[in-house]
Structure formats: C-alpha cells, structure tokens
Design a protein around this ligand. Structure first.
Ligand SMILES: Cc1ncc(COP(=O)(O)O)c(C=O)c1O
Length: 379
C-alpha cells in the first residue's frame, strides 16, 4: 500500500530529538525553529515528559469516558491555575479541528443560533464547521460549504459592528485566533478583541478564542487573547498541549452549562493523553517557559529587525513572522538545506518561527547567525 500523497514533504527522516534539536537518519543535526508546526512546547523528549508517559503506559493507557478519570480532574485543576481561568470547565478531545468543532457546536447549543462570524485569512481546521470557518476555499469540499459563516476583514471594528447591527440576533459565535498562524502571523488588535467581547455580550453571542496555535504560553501569556485583557467564552487548545501527544481541549466559561450527551468522544481525555498534558504543564511551570517565551521572543524580534532585507518582523513571544522580498525567496530552503534549520512558512513569502518555548538564547543566536549568513549570500 502507498501513502495517500497529500503532503508536499521534505525528504528528511527524523529519528531523534532533544530540546530544540532533531537528528535525521544520516546523523545530521537540525535546529528546530518550527516545533513540528508549533507542537513542541517543552522541547523534544523532555525527561519528565518521557517518564510520566512511560509510567502511565505501564499502569493503564486508556479507558473510556464512561468512568471517572482522576487524571482529567488533576489536569483541569492545574490548567485552571496556569491559564488564570479556574472557574472555567474543561472538555478534552484530540485535535485542533475537533476542539473548534466542539466550540462552534456548543455555542450553537447555548444560544440556539446558526451564524458564525470568522475572519479573512483565518485557519480553524479541516473538519466540517471548522473548515467552513477557514478562509481557504481550496480546502472546503462542497459538502462542507454552508451559508452560516460570515467572513469579515480582520481587525475591522466597523465591519463587525455593522454585521452585528444587521444580524446580531442570528449570530451564534465569533471565532478568532489571537494571532493568525497559517494566515501569516497577524495579531488581533486590542480594540478589536474588546469590541468582539462587547458585541458578544450585547447580543448574547459566544466569543470563541481559537488558541490552537497561538495559545498555551506561546505568545508570552497563556492565551494570546490575554494581551488584550479580555476573557473569551470558549478557548480552544491543541498543538502545544501534549508536546506531540495528540491531546486537545476546550475550556468553557461558567456562563455555558453542560448537559449529559451534549458533547462526547471515545479517545479524548484518555489516561495517556492526560499524563502527557500534565507533564507539559508541570515542565512549563517548573521551568517558567511562558516567561522564557516572552523574553527569548522579544530578543529574537529585536535582533531580526536589525537584519537588512527582512520585512515587517512581527509577532509575540515565540510566534514570530517576517516577510521576504523577492531576492530572499529561497531563504527558507537555504536555511533548511545549507544551515540545517527548520522554519515554518506562510504563503506567499512569510517565514514563521514556532519553536519550543524552552528555546535558549544560544539557540536563538545560532538561528540569527544562520539567517544573517544566508541573507548575505542571497542579497
Ligand atoms: C489556529 C488553528 N486552529 C485549528 C487548527 C487545526 O488543528 P489540527 O490540525 O490539530 O486539527 C490549526 C492547525 O494548524 C490552527 O493553526
């Protein structure tokens, strides 16, 4: 059997990882400034993470949500504390798309409405409603198409206000990434997020903060939406939550009450997934990784701004992007093949940095040197 060929891949097979480094089968070492797409939050193969998952696997790996799983309660408790939202409620699932799917559905159960406001350049996942709320017609199959999604320009308060004035009583939810990832590292402005909060309150709509990529400490605060000082009604989380173990979740404000059978999943919140998520939180707290993301991120942004030709360096914490002029269009490729550095991209010419939150200053310096060398070579 062949693999279903949907990914444009680089011909590199990773066999080992440690901290912010990975090694291929030939023994070549790479600096990982991509984190497997913002997933590696505490670093590859962190010893505490490996130990906690291994120990759990030796006890029990899985049982269904028909029984009490104390690890879920422990996770809810620790997550409530770390996120600063102890009064919210946790529902666990397996992926970012599934988290958004559940959030959109829950919002609709809550207010009985159908319309969703999403934004230009958004990415919310590839399943039914999540993909419908994603601004990329190429990945929306005919069966996913729905007239229930209203796409508005990002950070446009007037357009938002006008839409609420016209259709406010039909709007179930507003879904927004605090920092758009796939869309190219675009930061939602503080006034815009506050306007969403105010309009959702006025019209009893649900504010969904897609924190799948920009959340879990990456921006230097637990949720990137926290930079605006607003509370969303539902936060969706995935990537960094399990440091590579597939675990995701939504946290739900006390304003929304659960009913048995409303949401459900077979695998979500299983023992092994909880052990992985708990290990991540424990390491984040012990090693102050959110503060590290803020400090190292600010340093990287400041230093990248000094490199000639890199345009519009932007971001928060360790979620950073910059535009490439035509002369530097091969920069990402050269960083990978010549400098052995993984980075992310956004179309058409944006480099995205999504490294582990444990990135050290010397790793950042190594990256900056590689960028300087390659920009000089291309200029
Ligand atoms: C903001 C955002 N939401 C949702 C998703 C979907 O997550 P998953 O691929 O785990 O379904 C992604 C994935 O890149 C994302 O960046």
């Amino acid at each position: 059997m062949k693999l279903f060929d949907v990914y444009p891949i680089n011909d590199i097979a990773i066999v080992k990882g440690k901290g912010s480094y990975i090694w291929d089968e030939k023994g070549d070492q790479y600096l990982d400034m991509y984190g497997g797409h913002a997933v590696i939050s505490i670093g590859h193969t962190h010893p505490h993470y490996v130990q906690r998952i291994s120990e759990q696997l030796n006890k029990v790996g899985f049982y269904s949500n028909s029984i009490r799983i104390p690890l879920q309660e422990e996770l809810a408790d620790k997550l409530g504390r770390l996120s600063g939202k102890p009064d919210y409620q946790l529902f666990l699932c397996n992926s970012g798309a599934e988290a958004n799917e559940n959030a959109l559905k829950l919002a609709s159960f809550y207010n009985g409405r159908k319309k969703v406001i999403a934004f230009k350049k958004s990415f919310h996942g590839r399943t039914s409603l999540a993909v419908a709320a994603t601004d990329n017609p190429a990945i929306v199959a005919p069966v996913n198409a729905t007239s229930n999604i209203i796409f508005l320009p990002f950070n446009d308060e007037e357009a938002l206000e006008k839409t609420f004035k016209e259709q406010g009583n039909e709007i179930s939810s507003v879904i927004i990434e605090g920092i758009q990832g796939v869309g190219g590292i675009n930061i939602a402005s503080t006034p815009f997020l506050r306007k969403i909060r105010a309009l959702c309150d006025e019209y009893n709509a649900v504010f969904i903060a897609d924190s799948v990529q920009c959340g879990y400490g990456r921006s230097g605060k637990f949720f990137s939406h926290d930079h605006a000082g607003v509370d969303a009604d539902i936060y969706t989380m995935a990537k960094g939550m399990g440091n590579g173990f597939p675990v995701a979740g939504i946290i739900i404000s006390p304003r929304i009450q659960p009913k048995h059978g409303m949401l459900g999943t077979t695998f979500g919140g299983n023992h092994l997934a909880c052990a992985a998520a708990l290990a991540v939180i424990e390491v984040m707290e012990k090693e102050s990784l959110i503060a590290n993301a803020e400090t190292i991120g600010a340093y990287l942004i400041e230093e990248l701004k000094k490199i000639p030709l890199l345009e519009n360096v932007r971001g928060r914490g360790l979620m950073i992007g910059f535009d490439l002029p035509e002369t530097l269009k091969d920069l990402r490729k050269n960083l990978l093949w010549k400098q052995k550095v993984f980075t992310g991209e956004a179309k058409p010419h944006v480099i995205r940095l999504l490294p582990s939150l444990a990135l050290r200053k010397k790793d950042a310096d190594e990256f900056l040197e590689a960028v300087k060398e390659e920009t000089l070579a291309l200029a």
